[in-house]
Design a protein around this ligand. Structure first.
Ligand code: FES
Length: 103
């Protein structure tokens, strides 16, 4: 058990408990982080779980797949820090990770 910090589009911060194996999208939806919808349930077809993760934290994550990159690139908020929250799984290695939500 650890935590993920969500920075909301209005710059408010929401700190949420996270369990191993849960995705950043699942963690946010279960906690009521309203800026993350997770509309497709993690099937990589909606991008409503889009988050920005800075390089320091991103270095601790598995690289995004080409399918993930393709979907992110079609989103108006795409940057080099973009990830799909549904494709990033929590583990203790990323306890305290900060995920910014575009908006
Ligand atoms: Fe739809 Fe992540 S929840 S792409």
């Amino acid at each position: 058990m650890g935590k993920i910090v969500y920075l909301l589009p209005d710059d408010a911060e929401q700190v949420v408990e996270a369990r191993d194996g849960e995705s950043l999208m699942q963690i946010a939806v279960q906690a009521g982080v309203s800026a993350i919808e997770g509309e497709c349930g993690g099937e990589m077809s909606c991008a409503t779980c889009h988050v920005w993760i800075d390089d320091e934290w991103a270095a601790k994550l598995r690289r995004p797949s080409q399918d993930e990159i393709d979907l992110l690139e079609s989103d108006e908020h795409f940057t080099d820090e973009s990830r799909l929250g549904c494709q990033v799984k929590y583990s203790s290695a990323i306890d305290g990770l900060v995920a910014k939500i575009p908006g």
